[in-house]
Design a protein around this ligand. Structure first.
Ligand SMILES: [Zn+2]
Ligand SMILES: [Zn+2]
Length: 245
């Protein structure tokens, strides 16, 4: 790649190597084309909750759970299944202080949002992007909120306003990972607060979608404050592929 610098001298810049194989030159997502194609992409997903599905037979893909009782948010998007190497990248970014892995993950999510594989899926863009907030005490322990770093990068790439103050976490609740779905819901109830009037559409960013309890609780608060459309954008979905028909 030839780059022009300030004084008009030209110099040759070596393209970066792929962060996964370390061999081939990387594209704008920091991965080479081979590793990019090899990622655990979710091919078909419920257009409402994002759960991976095994079929594309129906044009309007909605899972039975969403048909029966749709979630409070309008659309959840997750490009990947939570398995190798995506799970490793997320874990490194989250627990090993290697937050530089969040930028490639944000780039991958953006490339999915902008170029959907299936023409039957559309991704409306929000007026504002917000992260799933963490309590200030936990932020102090962890030093950064990975959802906020992801959100900032996604917002920058999509040129959408980013806000970390619209929804705040007011109660330092126990870790969700140790709880079942019912206990998760109870644990989170009223632990978030919307600080001012939200715009009519918001995308909430998190690294992983598990049961969707957190996303639903923040959506509930935002809708109660007047937000009309809520999208949940995560890197990966932990649910196993659902077999339809
Ligand atoms: Zn590679
Ligand atoms: Zn669904």
């Amino acid at each position: 790649m030839i780059t022009k610098i300030k004084n008009n001298w030209l110099f040759f810049k070596q393209p970066e190597d792929c962060i996964l194989c370390g061999i081939n030159p990387a594209n704008e997502t920091s991965l080479c084309q081979h590793c990019y194609t090899d990622l655990p992409w979710i091919r078909y997903a419920c257009k409402r909750c994002g759960i991976p599905l095994n079929t594309c037979d129906q044009i309007d893909l909605t899972c039975p759970a969403c048909l029966h009782s749709p979630p409070i948010f309008d659309q959840a998007v997750a490009p990947f299944e939570y398995r190798f190497p995506i799970d490793q990248l997320i874990q490194l970014a989250k627990f090993s202080n290697q937050s530089h892995y969040l930028n490639p993950l944000a780039a991958l999510l953006c490339s999915h949002l902008l170029k959907p594989d299936s023409s039957t899926v559309k991704y409306p863009m929000p007026e504002m992007i917000i992260p799933v907030p963490i309590h200030p005490k936990r932020l102090q322990q962890r030093q950064y909120n990975q959802a906020a770093l992801l959100g900032r990068e996604i917002a920058k790439r999509l040129q959408i306003p980013f806000n970390t103050k619209l929804v705040i976490k007011t109660t330092n609740t126990p870790h969700q990972a140790d709880l079942n779905r019912k206990a998760r819901k109870k644990n989170l109830r009223n632990s978030f607060r919307c600080t001012h009037k939200p715009p009519s559409s918001v995308a909430i960013i998190d690294d992983v979608m598990t049961t969707g309890t957190t996303a639903a609780e923040i959506s509930r608060i935002l809708k109660a404050s007047g937000c009309l459309n809520i999208y949940i954008w995560t890197i990966a979905h932990t649910a196993k592929q659902l077999h339809l028909g």
